[in-house]
Design a protein around this ligand. Structure first.
Ligand code: SF4
Ligand code: FES
Length: 236
């Protein structure tokens, strides 16, 4: 007897292995659930809430919620899309995300989600924070004004690079990305080839001198909307 779990997403039957999350099972089935903190290869973190779905009518983070037999998952209702739009808009105004002058434009997952959800301009007032930049490292820069606190760099440095270069410091509105006991990025063990330098979804951690190697208009999400790589897995 198969030990597969069967459940539905927007009326489509999906199968999962025991222990798989809703988000993992959906992705394997060619169904895109928006996400920012989740990333293949990293432990789920469950912090951004962009992956929220309704499971049997209750909001849950799809990246941390295991698939359950018979679960009825809503990934596309108007109410849910509005919730995600609000979250994305709040992330935009909480930091300084000036897409036209950001080197990450076209490769930025936050920007790409805004496009996918049809957000032209946030309805909330911009906060224009003034947070520390760290340009001290020869090959990698850190701009905390663009950080969305997704913890990808924290998990990547700890679990993939084995270094623990990044961690959070401060609480509430003062929470920000910190670096290990060294005062500056240049004094850490961070290397430009580290996964921690690779996986930031926005323009907060970027490699130096390669920002315009691919011209604007030819970048990842200029060519195809975010999530299409998952949806294109769907069998016809
Ligand atoms: S620096 Fe980038 S990867 Fe790290 S927490 Fe901020 S947004 Fe996420
Ligand atoms: S992707 Fe699930 S909470 Fe961020």
């Amino acid at each position: 007897m198969s030990d597969k779990i069967t459940f539905t997403i927007d009326g489509v039957e999906v199968q999962a292995d025991p222990g798989q999350t809703i988000l993992q099972a959906a992705s394997l089935a060619g169904i895109y659930i928006p996400r920012l903190c989740a990333r293949k290869g990293l432990e789920p973190h469950g912090s951004c809430r962009v992956c929220t779905v309704l499971i049997n009518g209750r909001p849950q983070a799809a990246c941390t919620q295991p698939a359950a037999p018979g679960a009825v998952v809503d990934n596309s209702s108007e109410k849910l899309v509005m919730f995600r739009k609000n979250l994305i808009e709040m992330l935009f105004v909480e930091g300084n995300h000036f897409c036209p002058v950001c080197e990450k434009s076209g490769n930025c997952e936050l920007q790409a989600l805004a496009y996918r959800l049809g957000i032209a301009a946030p309805k909330y007032p911009f906060q224009f924070p003034i947070r520390d930049l760290d340009m001290s490292h020869p090959d990698v820069m850190l701009d905390r004004n663009r950080c969305i606190l997704c913890a990808r760099c924290v998990r990547a440095s700890r679990d993939l690079d084995g270094k623990h270069v990044f961690d959070f410091i401060g609480r509430g509105p003062h929470r920000r990305i910190g670096i290990d006991t060294s005062a500056r990025l240049k004094d850490t063990k961070l290397d430009v080839t580290d996964q921690a330098a690779e996986l930031c979804p926005v323009g907060a951690i970027m490699k130096k001198r390669v920002g315009y190697a691919v011209p604007i208009g030819k970048r990842l999400f200029d060519e195809k909307p975010i999530g299409s790589e998952i949806e294109n897995r769907q069998t016809p």
